[in-house]
Design a protein around this ligand. Structure first.
Ligand SMILES: Nc1ncnc2c1ncn2[C@@H]1O[C@H](COP(=O)(O)OP(=O)(O)O)[C@@H](O)[C@H]1O
Ligand SMILES: Nc1ncnc2c1ncn2[C@H]1C[C@H](O)[C@@H](COP(=O)(O)OP(=O)(O)O)O1
Ligand SMILES: [Mg+2]
Length: 182
């Protein structure tokens, strides 16, 4: 099964909470036809299913913490396999959240061709998330959880960008300016 995605083109999409990862991914999908997989969306689908595992995930996400690595990696891998036959490439949005997640992904699936870094100032992210929280119904779009998610982003996720900069595969995306060197 995993053989099906062995040679897939993989693009990691990394940025702070509310930086616009999902929004930029939609633009890439429209332009290049890649398959968009958001770790957060996959987790929220599990929560919505009402399963016991979903309840545990919901409690973690509500606190602004990271869910266990194996859980999220297995979900992404299953989703990739399900789309392998129809996909030109994969946008992996919201993963890796820490360097270890990147390492495990590479061991189990493969190496990314590119990392899209969606950059935004922390004030901008907070403002957007507070606004999104008015309608999103997301348990983590509230002031207290947003603060925790931002702290965790700077502590755990920014090092991911430095790690892949060392490999020369990081492309920074600022607002709606998607380069044509994708
Ligand atoms: N370039 C932008 N300018 C203004 N608002 C934006 C921009 N990109 C995203 N947003 C808004 O910010 C919020 C967070 O965007 P989203 O794509 O959901 O971010 P993420 O997936 O990184 O959490 C959304 O409400 C979205 O409409
Ligand atoms: N790769 C990952 N590892 C662990 N937890 C993750 C994860 N991706 C998402 N989650 C959990 C923790 C996040 O705070 C929550 C929401 O993720 P998200 O939808 O990517 O949010 P956002 O991009 O707005 O920060 O889901
Ligand atoms: Mg998102």
């Amino acid at each position: 099964m995993a053989d099906k995605i062995k040679d897939a083109k993989i693009i990691f999409v990394v940025g702070g909470p509310g930086s616009g990862k999902g929004t930029q991914c939609e633009k890439v999908v429209a332009k290049y036809g890649y398959t968009h997989l958001s770790s957060g969306d996959l987790l929220r689908a599990e929560v919505a299913s009402g399963s016991e595992r979903g309840k545990q995930l919901q409690a973690i996400m509500q606190k602004g913490e990271l869910v266990p690595l194996d859980t999220v990696l297995d979900m992404i891998k299953d989703a990739m396999i399900a789309k392998a036959d129809v996909s030109k490439g994969f946008l992996i949005d919201g993963y890796p959240r820490e360097v270890k997640q990147g390492e495990e992904f590479e061991k189990k699936i493969g190496a990314p061709a590119l990392l899209l870094y969606v950059d935004a100032k922390s004030e901008t992210m907070v403002k957007r998330l507070m606004k999104r929280g008015e309608t999103s119904g997301r348990a983590d779009d509230n002031e207290e959880t947003i603060k925790k998610r931002l702290d965790l982003y700077y502590k755990a996720t920014e090092p991911v960008i430095t790690f892949y900069e060392g490999r020369g595969i990081v492309r920074k995306v600022h607002y709606a300016t998607l380069g044509s060197d994708l």
